[in-house]
Design a protein around this ligand. Sequence first.
Ligand code: ATP
Length: 371
Amino acid sequence: GTTAGRETPAGDLRLANLTKRFGTVTAVDDLSLTVPQGSFFALLGASGCGKTTTLRMIAGLEEPTGGQVLLGDRDVTRLRPYKRPVNTVFQSYALFPHLNVFENVAFGLRRRGIRSVDDEVMGMLALVQLDDYGHRRPAQLSGGQQQRVALARALVNRPQVLLLDEPLGALDLKLRRRMQLELKRIQTEVGITFVHVTHDQEEAMTMADTVAVMNAGRIEQLGAPADLYEYPATAFVASFLGQSNLLAGEAAGAGGDEVAVSAYGRRFSVPAGRARADRGPVHLGVRPEKLHLVDSADQVPAGCQHVTGVVTDASYVGVSTQYLLRTDWGGELSAFVANSGATGPLPVGAETVAYWDPRHAFLLARGPREP
Ligand code: ATP
């Protein structure tokens, strides 16, 4: 695929105060964001949060109630879908069943009146690793192969932005994992802006440079996958991306490099740089894999903080054992402990001490009525 790396026109994709209302439902609520040209961007959120509606407004398939869609300096908000340098890959693939793979991919080129399509189409088939499948009909392909054809068919048009609406949703887990890596490779190779919609946090984190977590038509947080995970901005993000133990407490204000927190009659601290709030009601957050279990408090390393508890559930999941602990104040904590093989998992009923390094904790503002 020598043609695959060709430059696309310059321009970031910008959504400015984009809003869509359906009657009384506000599907997308004053959404503003910038997708840098050539990046892999994921819109992540639960069903009904407004992801698809956002995508459809970028594609021109849905008219915004307010706000703008901009590509570089160009306002495309009122442009017909086919006039936009944007293509969409849908979950259903929507391949032409009566055309073979080659003709499916060639379709967009032929429609634009391009006669010699061989090099371009073969380049695309090579890119998606379907060089030898040009003569097959879609019905003679696996789901993953059909997905690749749909991708090649969209990319052959050299869009400035490729929209992907849950494109891997119909594939089984193993194939989905492979296609995630494949999509990432292809995006890097073609350098086209990808905007990917998914409700699968692992999928978004695996592929995207930037993930926007959506909730109720708004962006909760936007950032690199590791930043979202390590340093969530809200309790919603902390719970939506992986699991979090959130301890309800009160912060006493920053003193030096630390914020002191009291929770359940105990005192904890979090480095000031990891605190999004330092006064009043807060959530002290610790990821389950950041908890370590030892037999007694004197085994807790210096500088770490701990709570005591009893094991109420232990689920062996191969690489780790996932524990549920009941703390001495009656709360619940989950702890994921890597299985070393050296010692067996703790039994239900065992007393244990869970400790963490405060540099792995985070502090979030808590609404006054939030538990
Ligand atoms: P999913 O993952 O289930 O597709 P989503 O995050 O893509 O969800 P949207 O499809 O964008 O969510 O829908 C956002 C909200 O707008 C939902 O409450 C939905 O019911 C509503 N909605 C979407 N399309 C329409 C429509 N054509 N008419 C009325 N309401 C709509």
